[in-house]
Design a protein around this ligand. Sequence first.
Ligand code: TYD
Length: 397
Amino acid sequence: MTGPIPFLDLGAMPIANGFLLPSEVASEKRYPLRVGLDRDTSLVRLLDIIPPELLFHERYAFFSSTSRRMNEHFLRFAQKVKASIRRDGFVVEIGSNDGIMLQHFAALGMRSLGVEPSENVAKAARGLGLRVESAFFSEETAHKIARRDGYADAVVAANVVCHVQDPLALFRAVAPLLRPGSGIFIFEEPYLGDILRLCSYDQIYDEHASYFSLASVSILAEQAGLELVEVEHQETHGGSMRYTLAHKGSRAPGESVASWRETEEARGLADPLTFTDFAAEVAHRSTELFSLLTDLKRQGKRVAGYGATSKSTTVTNFAGIGPELVSHICDTTPGKIGKLSPGAHIPIVARGRWEADAPDYTILFAWNHADEILAKEQAYRDAGGKFIVYVPEVKVV
Ligand code: TYD
């Protein structure tokens, strides 16, 4: 048997990062958002393809450097890479965004190059004095880099491989760029196991083409002449997995691979029935959130949102949450402020406006940054303000 098994249909969705001006509402487009399990590779992926040019372009709204914790996380990631390769090693980062990790390679004295297709964020990184090539990472880009700069001792990516329509083609492009015998490919992505465990279905949106597990990464790696040699679970993005691949036979797989594989098998991460249960839980979770918000509205409470995330596009559109339930969403990203959220058309405002006119309840759309935000906004809570979270369950905190 071939072809994916569809298990979740989230309906017609706008572009998740497509924050828009009121004048653009009439021309806003929607695209189907369905997810399936690939029988051959165990890869969970979107079934509908959106041309990457519509997602990653010069107006790409997402700047990585919005969170202090993420910045610290990428410093530790860079330190790990440094410790894993030879002293004068060369690092290539795929999807280097505004340089959040690249800057640490530079500060650690490592030779590095970023590859980034969105010109606006690439420009921000160049402004920090970093070397960035404006391109989608492809076999052609990899060859060009190898010819010009030599083999990479490490190719790294964070929250990027899940964006790629054809991860196998990416693995195959990375393989020949790695230094024979010692090069490693380290990447981290939201982990399928956490998405299922937490029912964090808002991780599912157009930019996230794949939802990886060890099972799928191992199969794709094998097909590209690579091998999974290490995994490390991360707390970022609501639960991520960091995978280290090497040329097949060049490094012995560590204990982490065997033990996580066992965990995955026990959790049924490649079992179609697991995904049928997940789809039912998604429907339940979104109804619960909608009911809470309509109850609060009935009680005359004022509700705003915190963090105009791409994830919130899935939740607001799937659960039917518009400005009548959540009056505005505050965010620190200058390019989002003054715009409307995709599909739901909730106005995005600066944090200062949220603070100045504190709502009774604030729904935390950036729930993956809950620790950081709840700590930072303690004064709001002290004054009686309440946060609503919906991962891992709908509750008021
Ligand atoms: P992120 O969680 O990476 O979301 P996604 O990948 O779903 O787009 O982005 C966080 C968003 O939340 C980003 O738009 C910035 C915003 N944000 C704040 O406004 N304040 C904060 O304190 C933090 C941590 C994030």
